[in-house]
Design a protein around this ligand. Structure first.
Ligand SMILES: C[S@@+](CC[C@H](N)C(=O)[O-])C[C@H]1O[C@@H](n2cnc3c(N)ncnc32)[C@H](O)[C@@H]1O
Length: 336
């Protein structure tokens, strides 16, 4: 079955289906027919929109509340459309934009409708510093759509500093999808916060689903780590995150984490179920440098208990010896 056929199947069918992931885990998931399938209103570096099909098999069939503390463009949140959710991000500019989309979507659409993404308009809007919240959100959305590669980057003075991206079309926003985003954000039990990821910890309960999609540990060419993305999300933060994920899973929450597929990262998530998938890198400006990269998925929590026992069983069969699979690294070796 091709990728897109699997995709349609996951989204449309009500039957229990079996998906085979890259790491050859076989999962049985009941496909949920009520996915909201809304697209994010922002483009986002590291967005999961194009790889959602790799995450869906690991979304628990039922969960109480959804937490996404590294929100970015919110691909999984908008796709699932959960009734109860806490979505958050460290970026104040981003969260202010979400709040304005929730509270004043029609004013934002009125602002965006006449704008054409050419270099002159881009420069003018980049220089503007609107105080009104709907105007500020309109500015961010316009720049995000018209800038290079959808990067949302500010300099040390907090100024948006991404060059014009020469978009191929004049199309800024899909109004229908934008309104659906606003409606999803307005749900009574969806809260939107600006905060560090660790602040969710006190509120997460057994039965909740926590999706953790942090800035990735970055690798350089094939030489291993050179740049740890230190100022954005340090290795200390990665360790802090892994520790929190373990505490949440121990509490009975179901936790899904994504990151770069690197041995040091896999070691951080020792004891978690591990899977991986390949995506083409979207960040290089030169298309020839957009080489496929491998991304890791780590899972822990009661919803993954049967998966764990299947993985252990396979490990025992392949190696002809007993013993729990308690290391992501060993699990990787066994599942290849
Ligand atoms: C890889 S992006 C998330 C992408 C998102 N899942 C999507 O599909 O668009 C990571 C996000 O983490 C946020 N972030 C960085 N450090 C953080 C922290 N300490 N706490 C919470 N969010 C943080 C960044 O602002 C960024 O939006």
């Amino acid at each position: 079955m091709t990728d897109s056929a699997i995709w349609c199947y996951v989204v449309k069918t009500r039957a229990v289906i079996v998906l085979r992931t890259e790491s050859t885990l076989t999962l049985e998931i009941p496909a949920d027919p009520v996915f909201a399938n809304i697209r994010p209103f922002l483009r986002w570096a590291g967005s999961k929109r194009k790889v959602i099909k790799h995450l869906l098999p690991f979304v628990p069939t039922r969960f109480d509340k959804y937490y996404e503390p590294f929100l970015g463009g919110g691909s999984l949140f908008f796709f699932l459309g959960p009734k109860r959710a806490e979505i958050s991000d460290m970026s104040g500019m981003l969260i202010d934009t979400y709040l304005a989309v929730r509270n004043r979507p029609e004013e934002i659409l009125d602002n965006l409708r006449p704008l054409k993404p050419n270099k002159t308009t881009y420069k003018q809007i980049k220089r503007a510093q609107p105080i009104d919240k709907a105007d500020a959100a309109s500015r961010i959305i316009f720049l995000n759509k018209a800038c290079w590669n959808g990067l949302f980057r500010v300099n040390s003075a907090g100024e948006f500093n991404v060059p014009f991206g020469y978009p191929k079309s004049d199309f800024i926003i899909d109004e229908g999808n934008f309104r659906r985003c606003a409606t999803q954000l307005r749900r009574r039990e969806v809260s939107i916060r600006q905060q560090d990821f660790e602040e969710i910890e006190d509120r997460v309960c057994a039965g909740d689903f926590v999706f953790l999609d942090p800035p990735y540990v970055t690798s350089h060419n094939l030489n291993g780590f050179v740049d740890w993305n230190e100022c954005l999300f340090s290795w200390k933060d990665q360790v802090r995150l892994a520790k929190m994920a373990k505490r949440l899973a121990r509490r009975g929450a179901n936790v899904l984490i994504t990151n770069a597929n690197h041995a040091d990262v896999r070691e951080l998530y020792e004891g978690f179920i591990y899977s991986s998938f390949v995506r083409s890198s979207t960040l290089a400006s030169d298309k020839s440098r957009r080489v496929p990269t491998s991304e890791a998925i780590f899972l822990s929590g009661p919803a993954y208990a049967t998966l764990r026992s299947k993985a252990v069983a396979r490990g025992i069969r392949k190696n002809g010896r007993q013993g729990p699979v308690n290391s992501a690294e060993r699990y990787l070796a066994k599942s290849r």
